[in-house]
Ligand binder design. Sequence first.
Ligand code: IMP
Ligand code: MG
Length: 183
Amino acid sequence: MDKIKVSDKTFRTYIPYEEFSKDIDRVAAQLNKDFENAPEPPVLLCTLNGAIMFCSELMMRCNFPMELASIKVSSYAGTHSTGVVEVKQALTCDVAGKVVIIVEDIVDTGYTMQLMKQFLEEKGAKESRICTLFYKPESFKFKDSIKLDYVAREIQNQFIVGFGLDYNELGRNIKDIYILDEE
Ligand code: IMP
Ligand code: MG
């Protein structure tokens, strides 16, 4: 089995790009269906830095008119959620009256998405939907209150890196997904 070191931790192969790429195809097909006749172009909101790869792959597969915006939020330190989510860099476009598709790399506890939805509501968005590449159902705390509209792939409750996801800012440029090999 393929092992790699990212900073001080060892990770092993988990999901190759070729596999989760098919999940991205499926989610993009859902978005194409849902937005093909949309009265106004939605805003695709990339949550930096983690969703950058997923967002670009989604855009290549989506064929409806859309705007692109980004925002930077952060909640993780090392391999665990701090539970305190911060907006680190402002929204790059006006979302008032618009439908916003939040593009996220992974939904874990759900605190980040809770903050984002609240933030977008305060900014006057007409509606916000969540589109995530990965989802850890075992640690999600908002099953009764937050709908995850588009989920490419559910994964076990373990820390992963690659394809935009980092361990202390490293590992984002790895094409496949690797999982923590210790603890
Ligand atoms: P949440 O607020 O707990 O749902 O965490 C969401 C954010 O934490 C994601 O946007 C990621 O940036 C980060 N995160 C959660 N799980 C992982 C992981 O397994 N690897 C890397 N980052 C993660
Ligand atoms: Mg993220």
